[in-house]
Design a protein around this ligand. Sequence first.
Ligand code: G6P
Length: 612
Amino acid sequence: MCGIVAYLGPKQAYPILIKGLQRLEYRGYDSAGIALFNGGLEIHKSKGKVSELEAAVKDKNLSGTIGIAHTRWATHGEPNQTNAHPHFSQKKSLAIIHNGIIENYLTLKEELINRGYHFESDTDTEVLINLIEDIQVNENVLLDEAVRIALNQVVGAYAIVIISDKHPNTLIVARKGSPLVIGIGKDEYYVASDATPIIEYTKNVIYLEDEEVAVLSRNEEIKLRSIKNKVKTPYVQELEWNLSELEKGGYDHFMIKEIYEQPRSIKDSMRGRLNARKGIVSLGGIVDYEQKMARAKRIIIIACGTSWHAGLVGEYLFEDLARIPVEVEYASEFRYRNPIIGESDVVLAISQSGETADTLAAIEMAKEKGATILGICNVVGSSIPRASHAGSYTHAGPEIGVASTKAFTAQVTILTLMALRMAQIKGTIPKSRFMQLLHELENLPKKVEEALKDDGIIKEIAEKYKDVSNFLYLGRGYNFPVALEGALKLKEISYIHAEGYPAAEMKHGPIALIDENMPVVFIATRKGIYEKVVSNIQEVKARNGKIIAIVTKNDKIVRNIADYVIEIPETEEMFVPILATIPLQKLAYYIAVLRGCNVDQPRNLAKSVTVE
Ligand code: G6P
């Protein structure tokens, strides 16, 4: 989704802004722009990538020590140069960058048109900046006051930064619903939609709260107020991530780097939380809510995309280990469904970014109805952890590739730890079994390393099937969510249509699609209902489908039927999703690379979906 970067300080702003936009490229966007003050306000924008913007401005005077910059993911109006941000106000005295959606922009626009304003773009953003200018001029108030008055009239979500030619030493920043971070350096301020463009300059940041407006002025302390004009005290936090974690580290793409990071990221998710020898599972962040969770009538898991698939694995884990009923809901459906929720429900909100608009809105709704909200998020300090009563960070490190990989396995790891802790509290599994599971879990990063080793066969499969139009992914039990996740990975980055299905349900529809051109990926690991899955494989084979199977090491039965097998180490059934997902991530990656796709920034997708 859209990206924001702004700078005010002693350095030249342009290089900082461009680098910041590049760091935000992973969020997904379709145009970019920049505004600098250099004796007057100048805006440069272009359709396409940040590199195209750089090429377009290379002969311009780009000096200035204050500026704002933006990558736009189109919502109102097509992705073109005119609709790209920043937008000038009519008098060209103000310029704005904006993430989010102003829902009542048409009404506001009509009023402004009646007052003589005309509009160049189709965006809601241009309406907002003209509203601010109109208030500033007609009510004769200072700019920050005009911003507050305007924001009180706005319905919707916004993260904005405004620059003015009359106050070239000040940036006005505000947020509601869309994230915004302010970095505090020495005599300088950075602003961004997430911390990635800021990390290399400072670790001290302030995450703006909803309906806060900050005034950042050269050599002055930050001034923070609510849009209702209440003075607020800024809360400065320290960022956890390092710059090296944001670089590709010798890999061709972030996605493959992140796939290979999984032995480490899974270990980091468990660090300090699991001691198998002593039989301890402890998630510090939710200690105060453990008893409530153990007593919960029901756990409702809300999430979107890959995080929703992790939630599905969570359903099997909590029911299996802790005997707590679980419902897994798409946040976007849940929030509009008038669901039955009460104080005895615990809601688990899963999100890599911690910013997904639908998940956030679903949390607010469940909170209002009295449920306890626990977050499982990766980005520290993001909106979902702040909106939750408590939670556990996944500690997977920054995930830059749009297609989620290490965040998924980290989410499943946290869900496993939570379910085991619940089982321990409730005494739903025997102590000896509990200890056995802890030891196996502690050992899992090593098995992940092993699962990552063998590339040859996956590359061969990718080469063979890179040009097909459809793929089917089938699995049962714990491996059903794995099938969904495998299919999602492939379609996200290679644009091949792929469907994930519970293997037995294949008979009720997808079987009609099977012919000699259809590759079918089975997750057919031993344990669980292995024999049943073998029967499903036979059914596909009988119809000449091509079979690619993820199997447990030394499997003989499936090897005799399948066209290709990919082996993973043997583990407990409930830990298989972590191991089995890894070759599927790689398969999607190699196919996408062979098809020449932009793996890290697939078309139309966004990393952090901050609009509903
Ligand atoms: C987008 C991303 C997915 C992600 C989903 C949910 O669609 O491209 O990779 O799974 O949003 O995001 P979240 O940050 O809430 O996990």
